[in-house]
Ligand binder design. Structure first.
Ligand code: NI
Length: 258
């Protein structure tokens, strides 16, 4: 099994050939794809993609970029979509102080509201944290009683931070940046995080792994992330593929079918 635990196949960059890309993923041996929602429109599309494609599952949530652009009833709408049997998490939610597209106080408010929504729905969360490690950890720690489980998506922190996240019940997800030549901190984290706490993802169409950097990313390239982690850990590709797939199935409560 090979699972891309975080993709955005709803993105407009797939509008011309989305069905063909999904076919190619199946040909490439990808068995499950979690399509993450990021705003109301993409969350809705994520659910539709999951409804129409066996290998796709969805999460619904409001990314910090869009935290300032949702109406008051957004939590009710997310809760409604989350009833679909293939919606497996609330996300992506969190803080982004790199681009600061929504005011930081609004980002924190929406993050906490959606942590509480996941708690009500008994679902795991998918956390986006960019240049906001301190506040992200503060919020996760102060709301730990509301967190069933989760994943730090496209992890960008240190090994020390990864260990703190694991203590809070999180998996650590590595994406394309672990394949980049200047990835020393991420390589240390991938080396140090136990295999039973690792997920892999593409975050496509963004963050294309080496050697395809610059091209559009797609879920088949998750194999390059798996291969990199296998090399870092001195393991076989299959061992890392199987373990990360099992971890994703456990986290998202998906029946592996075997
Ligand atoms: Ni994403």
């Amino acid at each position: 099994m090979i699972i891309d635990s975080h993709a955005h196949l709803d993105d407009k960059r797939f509008d011309d050939d989305r069905d063909r890309v999904i076919e190619k993923c199946i040909e490439d041996g990808i068995t499950h794809i979690i399509n993450a929602g990021a705003d109301m429109a993409s969350s809705k599309k994520a659910v539709e993609l999951a409804d129409n494609n066996d290998i796709i599952y969805a999460s619904v949530g409001i990314h910090p970029h869009d935290a300032g652009r949702v109406g008051n009833d957004y939590l009710d709408t997310l809760a409604l979509w989350a009833r679909h049997p293939k919606v497996v998490a609330i996300g992506e939610i969190g803080l982004d102080y790199y681009r600061d597209l929504s005011p930081r106080d609004v980002q924190r408010k929406r993050f906490i509201e959606q942590i509480k929504l996941a708690h009500e729905l008994d679902m795991p969360i998918i956390v986006h944290d960019r240049d906001a490690h301190g506040d992200t950890m503060d919020i996760l720690k102060s709301h730990r009683d509301y967190i069933k489980a989760g994943v730090m998506h496209c992890f960008s922190g240190s090994l020390e931070m990864a260990k703190e996240c694991i203590k809070l019940g999180f998996y650590i997800s590595f994406a394309g940046p672990v394949t980049f030549t200047n990835a020393r901190k991420l390589v240390d984290a991938a080396y140090g995080v136990p295999l039973d706490k690792i997920l892999v993802e593409t975050d496509c169409p963004y963050l294309t792994p080496q050697p395809h950097r610059g091209k559009r990313n797609y879920p088949g390239y998750v194999k390059l992330v798996i291969d990199r982690i296998a090399r870092i850990k001195g393991m076989e590709f299959e061992e890392v593929a199987d373990a990360t797939a099992k971890n994703a199935l456990d986290l998202f409560g998906i029946d592996g079918g075997e």
